[in-house]
Design a protein around this ligand. Sequence first.
Ligand code: M6R
Length: 609
Amino acid sequence: MCGIIGYTGHRPAVPLLLEGLHRLEYRGYDSAGVAFVQQDKISIVKSAGKLSALEAKLADHPTLLATSGIGHTRWATHGLPVEKNAHPHLSEDGSIAIIHNGIIENFLEIKEELLAAGHTFLSDTDTEVLAHLIGHEIQNSTSILEAFSHALKKASGAYAVVMIAKEDPNTLYAARMSAPLLMGVGTGENFVASDIPAFLPYTREVIFLDDAEIAVVKTDSWKIYSLEGLAPVQKSISHIPWDMQAAAKDGYKHFMLKEIMEQPRVITDCLSGRVINDSHEMRVQLHELDGLPIPRRLHIVACGTSYNAGLWGRQLLENVGGIPTDLDIASEFRYRSPILLPDDAVMVISQSGETADTLAALRLAKEKGCPVIGLCNVVGSSIARESDVVLYTQAGPEISVASTKAMCSQMTLITLMALYFAQRRGRKNDPLLHALCLLPNQLSEILPSLKKTAERLAIAFSGARNFFYLGRGQCHALALEGALKLKELSYIHAEGYAFGEMKHGPIALIDHDFPTFALALNNELFSKVRSNIQEVLARQGRIIALVQAEDGVLPDLNVEEMWVLPPSHPATAGFLALPALQLFSYAMADYLGKDVDQPRNLAKSVTVE
Ligand code: M6R
């Protein structure tokens, strides 16, 4: 979604804003712009397309005198991704400029009132309406701050807004309502941004704004007020443990590849402090959950890859943890009046911790009195802060739009949870816990060869316009994830399906030009999967089968490509299959020349519903 950065300090603002916007590119965007005050006038430069187009335009503008400003990358919601709709937007009189992430739901009503008062609009956006409303309020208020809060109180919907004013050029006004916004606190300089990487080279001291708060940020001071009543709010500063190195490509061609290859470390970090080896007895320690009664039923709610991680984990939570588990897509859950009983718990899973639908589901569960467990990667994110109990996945910053290591860390944490609940019921599962601890080494060994095989197969299958990903049980979740990765990165149509459902309709699609990626791992469903594979072969379907050797012996499948993984515990085989799926999609997208880290139309964190 939209990327936001605001700066006030002692450095030339525009180069710093551009640098910050580059670090927010991973969020996904289709136009960009900056605003700064120079010679008593707000200058705005914006452009459709990538930041390079904005930079080319800025080359013709003198900007060095400006030491404050705001910058934005836009992911279109209202109005086409063209220059006139790019942010920042000015008020009617040009006295203020704003950038915005979110949607002002009542913008049409406000626009009508402003049109009647003689305003003219240059764009199709809800943001410009808000800018005009603030400008209008300034005329009837005693201060810019008061006008800012009056206008925001009239706007309904979600927003993270940052404003500069001609009259007060070194002050940033920022406000948040259901969209991420934070401040970076520096020395003689301060920042406002939608995400930490925007200012990470300059400061790791962060203040997370909450909903209905306004920040007034100056070069060497800041104050935070409640939107309602403008009462001062005390906030604490958090120190961010990761540095630019963690958010850099580290020699890899793409962030996605780096993040796939990091997975052994991700599992180690996720297990760290959570698997205890006491006098030769291993156990799981999840202190965060100790105060929570074992739920009668767990409702998992998430979107995209996080949903697939939940689907993969359901079987473990039920079979190992003994907890009946339901699963919902967050955008469905929030609107279907789910029945939550007194002893239930909701578990929301989110890498970013800012996904609007997942956050709304969390709030709905809390309204219904249900405790919420949050599985989150981003520390201090909205979901992390609003969950009753938060378990951090500790994967480190995930920059590529395609989620990879986050899923691996979510699967690790769900496996730990299943083992933890089993332990609380007095049922231990040492073989699974041992297998989990072996994974980092096992993965490190196989990743280089998985990458090679993925590259070869991607070339061999690069002509396909469609793909099936099929699996049963936990492999059904992996099939969904494999298909999601292929379509989001390569724009090849891919369907993830439960293998057993094929004969109820989808098998009609199979022919030589519609290949199948079959997940045929060693588990209790292997013989069923083998029969399903025969059904596809009988219809001339080409198959890549992901298999495991048993005592050195390969399964007898007469498929075009057998991609062999090492043996493992059946419940950890998914951790070996996941990077194979990820690397295949990565290699395909790279071979086809697609924008791997920023696929078209997508945003890293989806902060609008
Ligand atoms: O940040 P979240 O985990 O809540 O994000 C959920 C989805 O938007 C995300 O997993 C999305 O599907 C990814 N682009 C998939 O690679």
